[in-house]
Design a protein around this ligand. Structure first.
Ligand SMILES: Nc1nc2c(ncn2[C@@H]2O[C@H](COP(=O)(O)OP(=O)(O)OP(=O)(O)O)[C@@H](O)[C@H]2O)c(=O)[nH]1
Ligand SMILES: [Zn+2]
Length: 294
């Protein structure tokens, strides 16, 4: 039996689905991992053997991870598509900024995908322009009207991708149009509850042409474990103006002679984004207090 290199696309009750040369092999993790307090996770590149006579597969080694998320548990992600809808649910700029911070902290490239773009309005357009100016890639798209699906296909080429965003923003619909077949049941938006049904649970990669894509429920509920100074640096659009801050430790809140606050006043930084920053800064500081108490 020769050792093969594969990629874990799914984990169900201790059974790993490992993809190798377009074939899926069901494998168990070698007992040794447990002793080492280590376990393979979805997204891992692994070395495995497969006995075709007994249909028995064993994962022997986990190759070094590029990055890893704990909730949802998934490794080696290249890009995260932040799916945020124009309506139902309405665009949540605070959540976008929070997700960007979480994604960049994990060393993953965020791409902002605005779903249901046939309902785009001028106000939202202005807000989005702000992200583009800050250097983020933004793709408005519509699964129903088939707008810019090709652009999304292009950015996910050869990448390992996670989809994140609230319930009912249209993640399953996007996966469906990308896959051009019904992979998942699409839930109806419940106007009464203001959210769709939660149907997606564990992480699983679907192969769409040469991309691997996973829906990641629960991403938005992560806490931010980050230093306030790092938070300020993750806001790319602040960088240009932070050079004019009097103090190089400036958090752009109460400090005098702050280049960022000046840029906000002059309309060079979107006030919503600055407001979100202050809210995140508060959250980070409060989180730190809680962690220190533990
Ligand atoms: N107008 C419009 N509605 C859409 C579009 N894409 C999806 N929807 C609707 O949005 C609702 C939610 O879509 P889903 O694809 O189930 O959303 P989801 O993000 O997967 O939701 P969860 O499974 O709860 O996480 C459904 O009623 C879809 O018909 C679109 O491009 N335009
Ligand atoms: Zn400042």
């Amino acid at each position: 039996m020769s050792m093969e290199k594969g990629f874990i696309i799914k984990l169900v009750a201790g059974d790993y689905s490992v993809i190798c040369n377009h074939q899926i092999f069901l494998c168990k993790a070698r007992g040794l991992f447990r002793n080492q307090n280590q376990s393979p996770m979805v997204g891992d590149e692994v070395l495995f053997t497969y006995d075709k006579t007994t249909n028995h597969g064993v994962i022997h080694q986990i190759l070094p991870r590029k990055n890893q998320l704990l909730r949802p548990p998934v490794a080696n992600i290249d890009i995260a598509l932040i799916v945020m809808s124009t309506i139902e649910p309405s665009f949540d700029a605070y959540l976008v900024d929070k997700l960007i911070v979480q994604i960049e902290m994990a060393n993953i490239t965020p791409i902002l995908c605005i779903s249901k773009c046939e309902h785009m309005n001028q106000e939202l357009q202005n807000l989005i322009a702000n992200y583009q100016q800050a250097g983020y890639q933004v793709i408005p798209f519509s699964a129903h009207k088939q707008i810019h699906i090709d652009k999304i296909k292009e950015v996910i080429q050869d990448q390992k991708v996670v989809l994140c965003g609230q319930s009912a923003v249209g993640k399953s619909s996007l996966i469906n149009v990308l896959a051009q077949e019904q992979k998942k049941e699409i839930g109806n938006f419940s106007a009464k509850l203001g959210r769709g049904k939660h149907q997606t649970r564990e992480v699983e990669f679907l192969q769409i042409e040469n991309a691997f894509i996973a829906d990641t429920p629960g991403f938005s509920r992560l806490e931010l474990n980050i230093e306030p100074a790092s938070l300020a640096r993750i806001f790319k659009d602040f960088d240009l103006y932070a050079k004019d801050c009097k103090y190089n430790t400036c958090l752009h809140k109460d400090e005098p002679q702050c280049g960022v606050k000046k840029a906000v006043q002059e309309g060079k930084i979107h006030p919503q984004r600055y407001k979100n920053y202050l809210q995140l800064l508060q959250e980070v500081k409060e989180g730190k207090k809680v962690w220190r108490k533990k």
